[in-house]
Design a protein around this ligand. Structure first.
Ligand code: HEC
Ligand code: HEC
Length: 308
């Protein structure tokens, strides 16, 4: 051991602290701020494109009416969420969200994958009277949106503020005479459009599946079928299965009479496939929310409708 005084930096607390602080600050700046300017920290899905002025107007109405207080737009990467709503949310699909409308409260279902699930006419009827489709829905009706017209000048000013939205004079002219309800519907129909639908655990129902179910020998019941039918199906197919045509809105709500389904050659297994998989834009898929037994109950109930 030498008795030389220790001149190293470790014996100078003040200088040591200052140097340590500077080193930590440099590290912080690099790790915290550098990523902000890196392109790969701002992912964007390949097929995602900015909202049109019409959709953007609808998005504003969505915020104004407080839809986001009851609806999230954020499918969590949990099996239950994915089965119910579809592909979980990815960072790249929010590239044009200003502000984000992810939300956390789910009084109503998540809407991140709502685009294309229903027909435009369904949204019109549902927004005017949610109880038409879900008798127990606590979603408010928004009747004033039906007659309120968009102001093209106001929408254009808003679009300009966003900066990155390409639009032509024709896009603004298009807004002339359009209702707020139509804009809101266009916005809902745009949700999730950049996201690929395959490969997220979607199951597709087949005739084979129904045969396998029947082979087990446990059938559903007409009573159970009637209960589910009243809540889930009557809004589109009518309480008696004769359809619930609403004048010019009947397209996409129900053009079909379930009582005729058999005459048109629909066997039980076809109904199973139809109920399981739904129809893009027309009828939602129920395969991930109803069990095979529940679907069988629906089929048994529909068969009693045929006899009435
Ligand atoms: C008080 C809460 C509440 C508010 C506010 C609300 N909703 Fe809903 N919403 C619900 C509930 C509950 C359901 C499920 C029952 C139904 O279909 O009505 C629902 C269902 C929906 C659905 C169907 C989703 C699906 O996948 O079946 C859409 C679309 C929708 N709401 C849009 C809107 C829009 C647009 C607004 C604002 C104009 C809004 N909601 C405001 C509670 C709410
Ligand atoms: C959003 C509206 C909507 C809802 C809700 C809905 N359907 Fe449908 N459904 C349709 C439409 C539209 C068609 C297709 C009509 C056509 O082919 O022109 C259809 C077709 C069918 C078919 C095929 C036979 C046929 O008539 O074409 C069956 C079976 C069926 N639906 C059963 C159900 C059952 C059971 C439920 C409830 C679990 C249900 N649907 C909920 C709109 C709906």
């Amino acid at each position: 051991m030498s008795n030389k005084p220790d001149n190293s930096i470790y014996s100078k607390p003040l200088i040591f602290s200052v140097i340590a602080l500077v080193v930590i600050l440099i590290g912080s700046v690099i790790t915290a701020f550098y990523p902000l300017i890196r392109a790969d920290m701002h992912p964007k899905l390949d097929n995602l494109h900015p909202y049109t002025p019409f959709e953007l107007a609808g998005r504003d109405i969505y915020q104004r009416e407080g839809c986001g207080y009851c609806h999230s737009q954020n499918v969590r990467p949990l099996k239950t969420d994915v089965l119910r709503y579809g592909a979980y949310s990815q960072a790249g699909e929010s590239a044009y969200e200003r502000p984000f409308l992810w939300g956390s409260r789910r009084t109503g279902p998540d809407l991140a994958r709502a685009g294309g699930k229903y027909h435009d006419n369904w949204h019109t009827l549902h927004t005017l009277n949610p109880r038409h489709f879900s008798p127990k829905s606590n979603m408010p009706a928004y009747p004033w949106l039906e007659n309120a017209l968009l102001s093209p000048a106001a929408v254009e000013a808003n679009v300009k503020a966003y900066g990155y939205i390409n639009y032509s004079p024709a896009d603004i002219q298009f807004l002339e005479g359009k209702t707020e309800l139509a804009a809101l519907t266009a916005y809902i129909q745009s949700l999730g459009r950049g996201v690929k639908k395959e490969g997220f655990g979607y199951r597709v129902g087949t005739v084979e599946d129904y045969k396998n179910f029947l082979a087990k020998g446990v059938r559903g019941t007409v009573d159970q079928g009637q209960g589910i039918y009243t809540n889930e199906c009557a809004g589109c197919h009518g309480v008696d299965g004769k359809g619930s045509a609403q004048g010019k809105l009947s397209e996409g709500i129900s053009t079909m009479n379930l009582k005729d389904a058999r005459e048109m050659g629909y066997e039980a297994a076809d109904m199973y496939v139809q109920i399981f998989n739904g129809l893009e834009q027309l009828m939602p898929p129920y395969g991930n929310v109803l069990s095979s037994e529940q679907i069988d109950s629906l089929i048994l109930y529909i068969e009693t409708l045929e006899r009435r």
